[in-house]
Design a protein around this ligand. Structure first.
Ligand SMILES: [Zn+2]
Length: 274
């Protein structure tokens, strides 16, 4: 199975698989990034030693594959908030779910050698890069994060902290559950309708598939639209176009795997200038 398409390349290297966005590879002298394929990086404390060790090993293998040092990695405890945090100090020890990054769903930094990490199983992960200000961000936007517009809050944070111009910002949308499989009942549909009913594309965003019972929602399209409203250029919003459920054999999906589900990760890091 090869997931390569016009926007991403699927790399298989020494048994490790990952995706890279072609657009971000244009800046490979400045940044390094990847979205894991097949690895399981869930580091939740309650999962027990064995699972944690596997997560650590998989993170290490992925970092090694793209020439990064896992000791520089920071991953927040994602809890479907709309909070973005600036990483303004060195990371010298792998940092998973620490108190400093508790209940945080997005990270932003201009520091070199800090690996920003997020994880998902169906949720949207967004990798941001501003090549002018040389600032990176990495945000987890599940359906609850999308309702809270965390994608544009990331852009706002980049503006506020680093004076980024939205016109310069590139946003890459990792594999996630897509409209083809994101089926919801009335309560969730109502939340999306209330929040986004003013968008011209609302009929495309919410599609009734079983009358008065089931709806399919396009959370990726919502993010594309609100990012554009925020000032990002259409050509700088890059979609992997990959559905986690359609590719459940190699992309983790909570809806498919259910209890004990695995997680994939998106990582991005600015390189040390040599
Ligand atoms: Zn699908």
């Amino acid at each position: 199975m090869d997931l390569s398409n016009e926007n991403v390349i699927h790399i298989k290297k020494n048994g490790i698989q990952y995706l890279q966005f072609k657009k971000l590879l244009e800046y490979k002298d400045k940044i390094t990034h990847a979205y894991s394929v097949g690895l399981d990086v869930d580091f939740t404390e309650t999962l027990g030693e064995k699972r944690k060790n596997k997560a650590l090993k998989d993170y290490k293998d992925l970092c090694n594959a793209i020439d990064l040092n896992i000791n520089n990695l920071v991953k927040p405890t994602q809890t479907h908030t709309d909070r973005i945090k600036k990483v303004n100090h060195e990371i010298n020890e792998v940092t998973f779910n620490s108190e400093e990054f508790y209940k945080i769903d997005g990270l932003v930094t201009d520091r070199t050698n800090v690996i920003l990490a997020t994880s998902n199983a169906d949720c949207i992960l967004l990798i941001f890069y501003d090549p002018i200000k040389n600032v990176i961000a990495n945000t987890h936007s599940g359906w609850k994060g999308t309702l809270q517009r965390i994608s544009i809050k990331t852009v706002e944070k980049m503006k506020k902290e680093y004076d980024c111009n939205p016109r310069d910002i590139i946003c890459c949308i990792c594999p996630s559950i897509r409209k083809c499989h994101f089926e919801v009942g009335y309560d969730v549909k109502k939340l999306f309708f209330e929040e986004f009913k003013d968008l011209n594309e609302i009929d495309e965003i919410i599609e009734e598939t079983i009358p008065n019972e089931k709806w399919h929602i396009d959370t990726v399209l919502i993010n594309k639209i609100i990012l554009k409203q925020q000032g990002l250029k259409e050509e700088n919003i890059i979609d992997s176009n990959i559905c986690s459920v359609c590719h459940k054999d190699i992309i983790h999906s909570y809806r498919v795997e259910k209890e004990g589900f695995g997680r994939a990760t998106a990582i991005i890091c600015k390189k040390e200038r040599k």
